[in-house]
Design a protein around this ligand. Sequence first.
Ligand code: FAD
Length: 309
Amino acid sequence: MKTLVWVEHDNSKMMDATLATVTAASQLGEVHLLVAGSGCGGVGEQAAKIAGVGKVHVADHATYEHALAENVAPLIVDLMGHHDAVLFPATTNGKNIAPRVAAQLDVMQISDILSVEGEKSFTRPIYAGNAIATVESSDPKLVITVRGTAFDKAETEGGSATIEDVSGPGDAGVSSFVSEEIAASERPELTSAKVIVSGGRALKDGATFEQIIMPLADKLGAGVGASRAAVDAGYVPNDYQVGQTGKIVAPEVYIAIGISGAIQHLAGMKDSKTIIAINKDEDAPIFQVADVGLVADLFKAVPELTEKL
Ligand code: FAD
């Protein structure tokens, strides 16, 4: 089977989520990559070094600068003439482009796969991760999104893929890029952080969140996450949200502070290697998934912990 992986990047460097997608693709067959962007030749060269990749298609054109799904999807549909499956990381951009490709190919999309069971058979979470479904496709072409935390990352060195320039149908003329606001942060990005300190509604407001959570995160070199309740209350921006409708993370250590452990939150972090919970309610559901639990008032325990570190 010939697979195509859409490479997520910012025109200068590749995003980590791509590497897990490459691993998933390699379990299906031959792996080709698509780097679509503007001035993205360097990303093409990085991609060609990924172990196990046979070919990198580079579509370098202003049309693809911001990965607008309306422009990228027709390019992928063209390439699907000689590929059997296309895989995307299940990131915001991947999840934006994949359904358009599936619709244009008139096939179903297989979302958020956790494992490859056979050529056309996969597992994927349902009911916010409370059950795992095994699904089998009978479509001639596969369109798949891949949960990054479920697959090991492919090695970024050791490959020597050929690079081939491609061009697509160009600007679909139905969308245009206006602007973007990117929160600048020195802290590691949530989906690649090894340690995450996450705060919940109990933090009271943005100022206390900053005062309690950030010093601990800084001591640990950790990424900062939050529950949806904390995000909805405006303590921190949306992109901090961990959970079913936020980011899916699986760091080495996840520290949940003042988070009850609703299933929608657990859906985003329960695969973390070690879960530490601090909550004043000993019956809080978070303790059912925690490896280490501390029943305490966070306003006392967290500054003490930060101090001792
Ligand atoms: P609460 O449930 O209010 O918990 C606060 C916790 O803090 C309590 O356990 C309490 O004991 C503890 N606490 C209070 N004071 C202290 C203190 N001084 N010291 C120590 N502990 C203290 N939620 C997500 O997080 N992510 C999602 O992606 C998400 N998606 C959702 C999607 C849908 C469709 C729906 C319906 C809900 C979703 N939710 C999501 C919301 C989810 O159901 C919960 O409402 C939310 O996770 C609760 O956030 P919380 O744990 O911060 O708040």
